[in-house]
Ligand binder design. Structure first.
Ligand code: KG4
Ligand code: ZN
Length: 344
């Protein structure tokens, strides 16, 4: 059995074929970084237009690398949301067309759940219950999982996502787009203790995140200390800001662990490529004696392998394959379940 996944939720056009046993036969990711770089962030209309241009070629390339033709595909999978609505509609419409023409089932998946699924492609034995931290350019969310595909949202950002904060600071310092990887690289040369950042703190006992305060504090420091590419403390500033983002994520996760006592910790989403975050997350898991699960870097940023994997998981769980040709895309995260109160 072969599942073809399609992902177009933001600025990557991707297609991937997985076998029944979750082997990735091929995965093609075409990034739009060069298109959006001059603007310092994703321009939604340009993203949709690029998906429309690229989707057929990306899919053809994916099939050709897998040595398959479209008639050999048994099911199609596509991201339905959350993401940029115009971008999502390109992938969804394309996948609907394929399912309709080839009379094969279409399984739609949630983008954040697909990010979590990326962790299971390489790690087959993850002890449950698990806490999954999804850190991307558009989202920062924590999920409680009693089993695979059983997700309960327990915390989410109330303003900026972690990746968004990194991207915005990089844009302000004219470091290019996406800013996360650039900061990752440059921060290596800096002292993360040079600048002190106060960490965000939720006063209502929820496990939500907030990054807009950190971003504002960073902008103030840039002004106060006249930080630019040429200033002596440029690398120290980036290292300190990056460390503040990492600590904010992990402090929150520690609270969730204390409250819920999971057996494993999962880190996924584009920001999970970050070197410091991967290191600190692994150290924290070790200290807490929990299994640490982080996908390979190429599975962290948006890709269709995670979409096909989640669809396979759904098919295996016996969810009846459907032919939902009237389904629409959704731009925002599905509604949250209330966060648990912290113990006093
Ligand atoms: O998951 P993703 O590919 O797209 C969304 O769903 O948003 O995540 C993209 C985000 C961007 O904010 C990008 O700057 C960040 O992931 N990112 C990184 C690194 N690589 C990508 N952030 C920090 N360090 C990295 N190495
Ligand atoms: Zn993503």
């Amino acid at each position: 059995m072969y599942v073809l996944g399609i992902e177009t939720s933001c600025d990557e056009t991707s297609a991937s074929v997985l076998t029944q046993d979750f082997r990735v036969l091929s995965s093609v990711v075409l990034t739009q970084d060069e298109i959006h770089a001059p603007y310092g962030g994703v321009v939604p209309e340009l993203a949709s237009r690029q998906h429309i241009t690229a989707i057929v070629y990306v899919t053809q390339e994916c099939l050709s690398r897998a040595n398959l033709n479209m008639r050999q595909i048994d099911a199609f999978a596509v991201t339905r949301g959350p993401g940029l609505i115009g971008s999502l509609l390109v992938g969804l419409s394309f996948a609907k067309g394929l399912a309709y023409y080839f009379k094969k089932p279409l399984i739609t998946v949630d983008h954040l759940e697909a990010h979590i699924e990326s962790a299971f492609i390489e790690h087959k034995r993850v002890p449950f219950p698990a806490l999954a931290l999804v850190v991307s350019g558009g989202h920062t969310s924590t999920y409680w999982m009693k089993a695979k595909t059983d997700y309960r949202l327990i915390g989410r950002t109330r303003d900026d996502a972690a990746g968004e904060a990194l991207d915005k600071i990089a844009k302000f310092l004219s470091l290019g787009y996406p800013g996360g990887p650039v900061i990752d690289k440059l921060a290596e040369k800096g002292n993360p203790r040079h600048f002190a950042f106060a960490l965000p703190h939720m006063t209502d006992g929820s496990l939500d995140f907030s990054f807009s305060g950190l971003k504002t504090a960073a902008l103030k420091k840039i002004e106060e200390h006249k930080i630019s590419k040429r200033s002596p403390h440029f690398h120290d500033f980036l290292a300190s800001f990056e460390m503040a983002v990492v600590r904010a994520l992990l402090e929150n996760l520690k609270q969730a662990v204390k409250l819920l006592k999971p057996k494993s910790l999962i880190l996924c989403g584009g920001v999970a490529r970050n070197t410091k975050l991967r290191q600190r997350f692994t150290e924290l898991s070790r200290k807490l004696r929990l299994t640490s699960v982080i996908p390979s870097p190429e599975l962290c940023t948006d890709n269709a392998a995670m979409v096909a994997a989640l669809a396979l998981e759904k098919l295996k769980k016996g969810r009846r394959p459907s032919w939902p040709l009237d389904l629409n895309a959704y731009p925002r995260i599905s509604s949250p379940t209330p966060s648990p109160k912290r113990r006093k």
